[in-house]
Ligand binder design. Structure first.
Ligand code: FAE
Length: 547
C-alpha cells in the first residue's frame, strides 16, 4: 500500500478546479481525478443505491473520516466496498443556486429533521437567534441527550461537511494520555503524516495572516494571550488558503469570508468529498448509498452478516426497507452513531458476543465555549474568516487548549470568542432503554464544571490583565458558559477494550469499528486528524492480516 499512498496523497492530489467546483458531487470530483470514461462508469454505479438482497464483500456504515479511510484503502487493496450513509449526498444546488445554506440564514438545508433551528450560539445582545424551518434531512444534527446536545454532520462526508477544518495533531507528549495502547512512534512517524497528507492539511501564510482584515479577531486573540503569558500556537486547517486570499481580493465567490461553515461551505474547504472520498470513487470500487440508514447487523445463516437498512425520504420517512448481506461490516457511524447501534444490537441479542465495554468510555472532548467583551480599542472586525487558525495552549498548566474562534456576524461585536478543549475526567455510558426504544446517554450537566474551571485558568487571567469581562448574552440571558453541548463526541466503543487494539470487535469475526468511538473521550485537541490517523493505522493492519 505504501507506494500508492505516498504518491497520491497530499493537497496536490486534488486539482484547483475540484475545489472551485467546490462541494460539488463526489462524482464530479472523481471525474477530475480520473479518466472521463471511468468517471462515467462510476457515476452509473454510484447513482444506483444498494438493492435489497444484495451481497457485498464489505459494507461500511457512515461516510465520515473513519469510513472514508476504510473505503479508500480497502478499494486500493482490490476490495469492492458499499458505503451506507443516512444523510444526503449534497451534490444538488437549492433554489438559490447554492448547495449549502449560509450560517446567518439557516433554512431547510441546515438541520437534521428539526422544525426549529438549534444554533450553538442561541442568543445575541439579548435576542434569541433560533427560527422555524421546514423539517428536512439537513446537514447539521443537534442530537439531544438528557444532559448534553451533540452536534454532528449528516451527509456524504460526515463531520467534514460542517466542521471548522482545524486539523490538529496532538502534541506528542500528550499522546499517551489519548490512546495509551497505541505505539506513539508509529503514529508520529507514519500515520499522522499519512493522515495530514490525505486530508490536504496546510498552514495559513503567516505574512498574509498578519495583515488580512478577516483575521483581525485572531490577532486580537493573540495579543491578549501573549500579554497574559500564554503560549499562542498556529494550527493548520484543510481550507484552501489560496482560495481564501482570492475571496479577500474579490476575484472568486466567497465562502469562509461570507461566514460559511456550520451548514456547509460552498467553496474553498477540502472536505472528505474532495480528498479521501474522491480518491475512493476514482478506484471504481466504491459505491455510496445516501439517505440509507443501517438499523441492524446480525450474523447471517450462511456466514457473514445480515444488514437491515431503511431508505429515507427527505422528510425523514422510511420509503423502503432493505436486507443485504456482507462478509465484513465496518462501523463508521461516528462516536454517537456507532455507540448507539452497538448498544442496541448487544442489548437486543442481535450481536450477543459483544463484550461489556460496549457503550462505555464516552466523552465530550472537554468542549466548552465562552466570549469576552473587549474594549473599543480592541475591535475584532466585522469581516471574520470562519476558519480558525490559532489557539491558546494551556494544556500542561491548566488543562485547556482554547481555539480562537470566529464570530462571523457581519457587524463589529468587540467580542473575542473561544472554543476550549479541556481535560475533563468524566466519562458517560450509553444504555438501551427498551421502553422508549432508544439508547440513552447518562452524561450529567454538572460534569462540565471541570471544563469551565480549566477554561477559567486562561480567561480569568486574560480578563484581569485586560480589564475586560465575559459576555453573558451568547448562550441565553446572563449565561457565560456554552456548557450544554459538544462538537467533538468521542468514545463509546473504546480501542483495546470493546475491540482489540486494531478495532476488531470482540465476539464476532468480521466486524470492525473505525471511527471516533474508538478514542476514549478526549483527544487533547480537535479530533479529526487523530481519528483519520488511527483509521489509517488500523486499516493497514486489517488489510494485511484479515483479507
Ligand atoms: P462522522 O464524521 O460523524 O461520520 C459518521 C457518519 O455516519 C455521518 O455522516 C452520519 O450521518 C453517518 N451515520 C450515522 N449513523 C448511521 C447509520 N445508522 N446508518 C448510516 N449512516 C449513519 O464520524 N474536528 C476537528 O478536528 N476540527 C474542527 O475544526 C472541528 N470542527 C467541528 C465543528 C462542528 C460544527 C462539528 C459538528 C464538528 C467539528 N469537529 C471538528 C469534529 C469532527 O467533525 C468529528 O470529530 C468527526 O467528523 C468524527 O469523525 P467520524 O469518522 O468518527
Amino acid at each position: 500500500m505504501g507506494d500508492i499512498v505516498q504518491r497520491d496523497a497530499g493537497p496536490r492530489g486534488v486539482t484547483r478546479r475540484g475545489f472551485i467546483a467546490g462541494t460539488g458531487s463526489l462524482l464530479s470530483a472523481a471525474a477530475l481525478a480520473g479518466h472521463p470514461g471511468v468517471a462515467r462508469a462510476q457515476a452509473a454505479r454510484a447513482a444506483v443505491p444498494i438493492a435489497t438482497g444484495a451481497h457485498v464483500p464489505v459494507l461500511v456504515i457512515g461516510t465520515g473520516y473513519g469510513g472514508s479511510v476504510a473505503a479508500l484503502r480497502l478499494a486500493e487493496a482490490g476490495v469492492d466496498v458499499q458505503m451506507i450513509e443516512m444523510g444526503m449526498s449534497w451534490d444538488t444546488p437549492g433554489p438559490d443556486g447554492r448547495i449549502f445554506a449560509n450560517t446567518t440564514r439557516p433554512d431547510y438545508r441546515s438541520f437534521w429533521l428539526r422544525t426549529r433551528t438549534k444554533q450553538p450560539l442561541s442568543n445575541f445582545l439579548g435576542f434569541p437567534l433560533d427560527k422555524d424551518i421546514p423539517r428536512h434531512t439537513g446537514i447539521l444534527d443537534a442530537e439531544d441527550f438528557a444532559g448534553i446536545t451533540v452536534y454532528q454532520g449528516r451527509g456524504v462526508g460526515g463531520g467534514s461537511l460542517v466542521n471548522g477544518g482545524m486539523a490538529v495533531t496532538p502534541r506528542r507528549e500528550n499522546f499517551g494520555g489519548v490512546l495509551p495502547s497505541v505505539n506513539a512512534a508509529e503514529m508520529y512517524d507514519v500515520y499522522y503524516p499519512r493522515a495530514n497528507a490525505g486530508l490536504g492539511v496546510s498552514h495559513v501564510d503567516p505574512a498574509w495572516w498578519e495583515s488580512a482584515a478577516c483575521y483581525q479577531y485572531a490577532r486580537v486573540g493573540r495579543k491578549h494571550a501573549q500579554r497574559s503569558c500564554f503560549p499562542f500556537v498556529f494550527v493548520p486547517n484543510v481550507y484552501d488558503w489560496d482560495y481564501m486570499k482570492r475571496e479577500a481580493d474579490g476575484s472568486v465567490p466567497k465562502s469562509a469570508l461570507e461566514g460559511e461553515v456550520l451548514y456547509g461551505n460552498n467553496y474553498g474547504k477540502k472536505t472528505l468529498r474532495q480528498t479521501y472520498l474522491a480518491r475512493a470513487a476514482a478506484t471504481g470500487r466504491v459505491t455510496v448509498s445516501p439517505l440509507h440508514k443501517v438499523t441492524s447487523v446480525a450474523p447471517a445463516a450462511g456466514g457473514g452478516y445480515t444488514v437491515l437498512i431503511d431508505q429515507l425520504g427527505t422528510g425523514g420517512e422510511t420509503t423502503a426497507t432493505k436486507s443485504v448481506t456482507a462478509d465484513r461490516v465496518f462501523f463508521a457511524a461516528g462516536s454517537v452513531g456507532t455507540s448507539k447501534l452497538l448498544t442496541r444490537l448487544k442489548a437486543t441479542g442481535a450481536l450477543p458476543g459483544l463484550n461489556q465495554e460496549i457503550g462505555k468510555g464516552w466523552g465530550d472532548n472537554g468542549n466548552v465555549m465562552c466570549g469576552r467583551a473587549n474594549h473599543m480599542w480592541d475591535a475584532t472586525g466585522k469581516l471574520q474568516a470562519s476558519m480558525p487558525t490559532a489557539g491558546i495552549d494551556n494544556w500542561d498548566a491548566g488543562g485547556a487548549f482554547a481555539e480562537v474562534a470566529p464570530l462571523p456576524t457581519g457587524i463589529e461585536t468587540y467580542a473575542s470568542f473561544y472554543l476550549s478543549i479541556t481535560k475533563n475526567p468524566h466519562r458517560a455510558e450509553f444504555s438501551w432503554n427498551a421502553a422508549t426504544g432508544r439508547a440513552d446517554l447518562n452524561w450529567q450537566t454538572a460534569w462540565k464544571q471541570p471544563s469551565i474551571d480549566a477554561a477559567k485558568t486562561i480567561f480569568d487571567k486574560i480578563n484581569a490583565k485586560e480589564g475586560t469581562i465575559y459576555r453573558t448574552d451568547l448562550f441565553g440571558a446572563y449565561k457565560i458558559w456554552g456548557d450544554h453541548l459538544t462538537y467533538h463526541p468521542l468514545g463509546g466503543v473504546v480501542l483495546d477494550r470493546a475491540t482489540d487494539n486494531y478495532g476488531r470487535l470482540h465476539g464476532h469475526r468480521g466486524l470492525y469499528v473505525i471511527d471516533g468511538s474508538l478514542i476514549p473521550g478526549n483527544a487533547s485537541v480537535n479530533p479529526f486528524v487523530t481519528i483519520t490517523a488511527l483509521a489509517e493505522r488500523n486499516i493497514e493492519r486489517i488489510i494485511a492480516a484479515d483479507l
